[in-house]
Design a protein around this ligand. Structure first.
Ligand code: TYD
Length: 146
């Protein structure tokens, strides 16, 4: 498990953590302040009760997202087609930016894990690349290959 993100098109995103004495904490995400795009869609993933579950397993052509694990913890697999790494998300104010052309997975969900995702565009099934070989072919073409 690495602390530093080394794959392309990804980075940790740290947002505020405003404690209110013993009465809880507020974290705030704002367009272009700590989220590097205009958020058009928010979704969240929960009831992650299957310990074997592996979500994601796709890349996006144009969509950018920031993913926060706002309860519990999970692992995120990142793969830019050359470099692969796995990170752990376990703090509600430290998320991960998932840029374009980045194969990603989400797995090892703890009890009560909830993932909050901020996305740069509306849902569009044709923006997904769900086949790994197709992903490699797509990024090869984008980089000027065959
Ligand atoms: P998917 O993005 O594949 O989930 P994950 O990456 O977490 O494994 O989406 C799962 C299903 O939900 C798929 O049938 C598409 C649907 N979906 C929508 O209809 N709208 C959305 O905004 C999202 C994110 C998914």
């Amino acid at each position: 498990m690495e602390n530093k993100i080394i794959v392309k098109h990804s980075q940790y995103i740290e947002i505020s953590r405003i404690p209110d004495g013993h009465d809880g904490v507020i974290s705030v995400a704002e367009n272009h302040k700590n989220i590097p795009f205009d958020v058009k869609r928010v979704y969240y993933i929960y009831d992650l009760n299957n310990p074997e579950a592996i979500r994601g397993k796709h890349a996006h052509k144009k969509l950018e997202q920031v993913l926060f694990c706002i309860s519990g913890s999970c692992e995120i697999g990142l793969d830019d087609g050359t470099t692969k790494q796995t990170i752990k998300l376990d703090k509600p104010n430290i998320g991960v930016y998932l840029g374009i052309e980045l194969w990603h997975t989400m797995q090892k969900f703890s009890n009560h894990c909830i993932l909050l995702v901020l996305a740069s565009d509306y849902y569009n099934a044709s923006d997904y690349i769900r086949d790994y070989d197709e992903f490699l072919e797509y990024i090869g073409k984008e980089r000027g290959g065959q």
